[in-house]
Each structure stands twice: as C-alpha cells, then as structure tokens.
Design a protein around this ligand. Sequence first.
Ligand SMILES: [Zn+2]
Length: 68
Amino acid sequence: MERECAEPDCDRPIAVELHIPWADNRFVCAAHARVLGRRDGVVADPLPDEREHLLERGQSGDSEQSRE
Ligand SMILES: [Zn+2]
C-alpha cells in the first residue's frame, strides 16, 4: 500500500486528500497540502487516520499549540 505523498521527490506520509476539480483526487503530505490547497477550487480534506502523524511530527514549526 502506498501511503506516501503523491508529489515527486517527496516521501513523507500522506495526511490530506486533495479534491482537485480538474484532476483525480490526490493524497499528499501536510506540507504539500498546504501549498496545493491554496489553488482555486481545490479542497483539502485531512485524513482522520493520519492525523496522528501530524501531531507526532510537528515538523513544520508552525504546529498548533492549542493544548493548554
Ligand atoms: Zn509532500
């Protein structure tokens, strides 16, 4: 099972499903979802199963500090 980002040169685990009006849905990592999700018409749909990865990693430096 491939659970890696669909973007080339990226092997991070997928975290988001992108609904792309002009192409097939694409599974990408959180970082790419942030970039690609800004395009018009694209809807980023976070995967519940993968949310733990996001929380564990916190690799982007702007993780949400809403715990306390
Ligand atoms: Zn990626």
